[in-house]
Ligand binder design. Sequence first.
Ligand code: ZN
Ligand code: ZN
Length: 633
Amino acid sequence: MKLLGHLDWEWVTAQSHAEGWRAHVIQSFSDRCERVLETSLEVPSAPGGWMHQFICEEHWLPLVYETEQKEVYRCPHGHNVGGPEVHAAWRALRHRELGDDLRDLALGALVFDDTRFADAALTLLRRYAELYATFNAGEAAQAWMLRGRAFHQALTEALWAIPVMHAITLLDAHIGTAEKRSLYGHLLVPMAETFKVAHEELIRQGRVESNYTAWLNAALGCVGFLLESDELVRRAIEGEGGFYHHLSLAVRPDGFEYEGSVYYHNFVVLAYVLLAEAALGNGIDLYRYTAPEGQNIRAMMDATLSLAYPDGSLPFLNDGAYWDGGGYWKGSILDRELCEVYEIGYSRFGEPGYGWLLASAYRRRGCSRGEWAAVLYAKDPIDGKEAPPLRTSVLPDSGIATLRPTRASHVVTLVYGPDGGSHTHHDRLSLSIWPWSTDPGTLPYGGRSRKDWYQHSLAHNVLVVDGTSQAILSSCCVFSEEEDGVSVASDKLYEGVFVKRSIAFHDSAVLDVMSVSSEQEHSLWWVLFLDGTWEIDGVTEVPSEHLGTAPPDLFVEVSARRGKSNEPLSACTVRDSVRYKVEVGASVPFEVLVGKTPPHASHYLGQREVLILCCEGRDVRFEASYGEEKGDE
Ligand SMILES: [Zn+2]
Ligand SMILES: [Zn+2]
């Protein structure tokens, strides 16, 4: 077995006799394999498109995915959507699902010694070997895409190819020499060429740090080990665009991927881990490698853990696949990938916090622990794992502070990092306040929502100056620790405007002071999202109207107001038996708007409520406190 040969196969295959929690893992995996056998395993004869186009453009939502090809697909709002892009996007999802099914069946054949699974897996594999030469998806790709052959993007092709290659290695005993030659010649060799061309193109464009590179390296490494090609393995690990160089370029010294997105960070960790596992089976230990500024795989896993909220959820910073992807993914794409990373991470490092993160990701997905990674790696139970003792922590190079007061249940994420490229949101100096006002993340990229709403300053708890989104530069904010908290300041987000935000903790309250000073008078909007149902004092309902005529203001429907006043405003809500209270005021008279906005990625069928304090001035100070009282239902 050329890819996963280092695993304890005696233990893995003895699992059909497992007991206790492990028996549940095996039973759940067995059920999964049986379900796969019951579905049609017909491979779509056309290649896959771009999964972000499997959406309803009107409602910005992912369509309801089903394994069977349809004329039209259902929007969660009830109507049907079709069209060539939607069909190509469905095929992208279906091919990926079939790649995963292929690995499950191949693993099922080994674990349960069941030829039905092996036969079905071989049929799928032969079909892909027939079709691959006919695929030319890159022709239909958008101009900005790094092209693949079975998918518009080479990135998606790498995501699909790795489980396919795992299946090939797992089916070793079922594939004779002649068939192996044919499979390798028709599938692996041309696939390697696709990845090589894409990899070379990224190097040529000077974009080695891209998350694409991490996935191309994982795919090139796997195919290199299978084909026993030193050239491909060297390219994936030691070459100019290889793992070592990528780790040093794409990961900041604090262990977080440069894009500053929890999603893309974990996405890159997953690619690294898949490559590391393939390499480990071939005598190369990438887990032990540390890049010159201290970056390594373990530190990356720890960085994610350091951001976790008390319920094991994570802040949806910047762009990312944070939404519920539907049936195939079983929950959010982030959570599914977290399960793979932390099954492997927990077994490699035994860090209890990883088990806790893992348990919370499975819980959010409503999915039992019984996927391939659990079958291969899960050696310890995770049910009922207590939260690790997480403390206030800062990722200084990425500019993310996670503030955990000792006497309050609030956790505050303060963002002040450098530009992380095209997935960056204009959210510097923004707060995510767990549990009632966290970053909304994004919906699928195929529609206008990402650029017209989610990336804008107005979609975050920030200060918006003159109705425009802030600028983000490579170095825009100065962070400092203060006696009872922290502060971040910047004079680069808006020209000629100095903004400082200080967060402190007093008993069970969070104090949030934002001060603005400038030579000129500016329009200032202090923005705070309120998730759940809040009572807001002193506002009057008004006929709904848009905040403005162009995005992003167009997407705020103002539904209540309060006229100009010096009076502080208060609002409260009750959640899990805790009464949360917001009080906010300003040093100048201000107007209050309450509006409905596009949803949070984790509750995308509703809308969010936003509170905006509006005023004009040169020197203005906003003071807010976020308090809580326990036991008040
Ligand atoms: Zn719709
Ligand atoms: Zn955001």
